[in-house]
Design a protein around this ligand. Structure first.
Ligand SMILES: [Zn+2]
Length: 427
């Protein structure tokens, strides 16, 4: 008897049915879709049916029952595997070519990546937002704070910039996580973009070749390239450089295949007075975080955008991103002493461009990085830098860790992120 039952057990354990049909992909897709769509018009571009997910390029294709791709439930593991292995181009090729054919692929060969249960061995990508290395570049980047001392009740005028804080946050956090056995990657070096160059050097060395590549791949036309070379202002060029940098950030993070990614940012309410660029301090302060999702009208216009939409629909990425972001946000009132933004608020990009993730302070928003970076992510905005109290505290370099000198406010954010990761892993 004993032998017989253990044999049965072995057969059950080896059976693909036992191992792999546990996941109800349809149920998962139905759970994810409300967070993926901000503009209800997009519901016409996707349909979750009993046999498959159908994706349409346009409303008229939907009306004519001409899906671009039919992803049968048995096809889903193939795509999940491609995403997990960072084989996006192959996934895109199959997505574009499959039509209504079922993939000759055995679902049994997939074992979905599980959530880590300890920091040890965990792969964590830290992505410090922006890349200015000095105040002048930060002004160009429009990610700086400059305030009059008299508006703050302090003697001297103050100035600082976001890219400096985000990098220092990453540096300190990386050291702590590594000490606990995690493998950590920081996307950029201090004052440099992901390609290892300051903005000025990037312009000299990469601007033209990057434009040429865009023309070669059909991203831009020749006349658009000429416009960039001859007519674009400094601001236009910076915007272009930033866009290229975001694409590269997503590439290096995806190549690292992290268990978790944090995009580190600091917010500003952005009340600039006059042309001299001095900020008016505000009395409000709040923290928020973004995950993927919240697609708006026109944002499913390329096959790659639709493939990432499919990814967020069929993988655990969104669910894990929301639960991780929830843990990170929970720590903010406790540790950083900043309240979470209320769900009822007057922040335009939350009301117009995001879907509330049903977790306080967490919103699904289709930013370049929240769309392109695969796996669980949290895009943090830990406080408002132009809050009057915050600005004074941020201007003080009163804390040192990991060879970095900064404000003690940054230390508290690092504490919150570290605890958020640990809580996510624990729960
Ligand atoms: Zn930012």
């Amino acid at each position: 008897m004993k032998h017989k039952s253990s044999l049965v057990l072995i057969i059950i354990l080896l059976s693909p049915v036992f191992l792999f049909s546990q996941v109800d992909y349809k149920e998962r897709a139905e759970k994810n879709i409300p967070y993926l769509i901000r503009d209800s018009i997009l519901f016409s571009q996707v349909s979750i049916d009993d046999d498959a997910i159908r994706i349409y390029t346009s409303l008229s294709d939907r009306k004519n029952d001409k899906p671009e791709a039919i992803i049968y439930w048995d096809d889903v593991p193939y795509f999940i595997e491609k995403f997990e292995k960072n084989e996006l181009e192959q996934a895109l090729k199959v997505y574009k070519e499959k039509g209504d054919a079922a993939l000759p692929y055995s679902a049994a060969s997939l074992r979905e990546k599980s959530k880590p249960t300890s920091l040890r061995g965990m792969r964590i990508a830290l992505d410090p937002g922006h890349f200015a290395g000095n105040f002048k570049d930060a002004v160009l980047e429009r990610k700086f704070i400059r305030m009059r001392g008299k508006d703050l009740g302090v003697k001297k005028d103050i100035e600082f910039y976001e890219a400096d804080f985000t990098w220092k946050t990453a540096k300190i956090l990386a050291k702590r996580l590594e000490a606990q056995g995690a493998t950590v990657m920081i996307t950029r070096k201090k004052g440099k973009g992901v390609e290892g160059l300051s903005y000025r050097k990037w312009l000299k060395k990469k601007f033209i070749s990057s434009l040429k590549n865009d023309v070669a791949t059909g991203t831009y036309r020749q006349d658009q390239m000429d416009w960039y070379l001859n007519k674009a202002t400094e601001k236009d060029k910076y915007r272009y450089a930033n866009k290229q940098d975001l694409i590269k950030r997503a590439e290096v993070i995806n190549a690292f295949q992290p268990d978790l990614t944090i995009h580190i940012h600091y917010n500003a309410s952005g009340k600039v007075i006059g042309k001299d660029g001095y900020y008016e301090p505000v009395s409000t302060n709040y923290a928020m975080a973004f995950t993927g999702g919240g697609f708006m009208k026109g944002e499913l216009s390329s096959p790659m955008a639709r493939l990432h939409f499919l990814r967020l629909l069929i993988t655990t990425d969104l669910e894990r991103s929301i639960s991780f972001s929830d843990e990170v946000m929970k720590e903010h009132p406790k540790t950083v002493k900043v309240p979470l933004i209320k769900n009822k608020n007057n922040v335009r990009y939350l009301n117009k461009n995001s879907v509330y993730a049903d977790a306080p302070g967490v919103y699904c928003r289709n930013l370049a990085l929240t769309r392109m970076v695969m796996g669980p992510i949290c895009f943090t905005e830990s406080f408002l830098q132009d809050n009057a109290n915050e600005a004074v505290l941020l201007s003080q370099k009163n804390y040192k860790e990991a060879g970095v000198k900064t404000s003690s406010r940054i230390k508290l954010v690092v504490d919150a992120l570290e605890t958020g990761i640990k809580e996510y892993v624990k729960n």
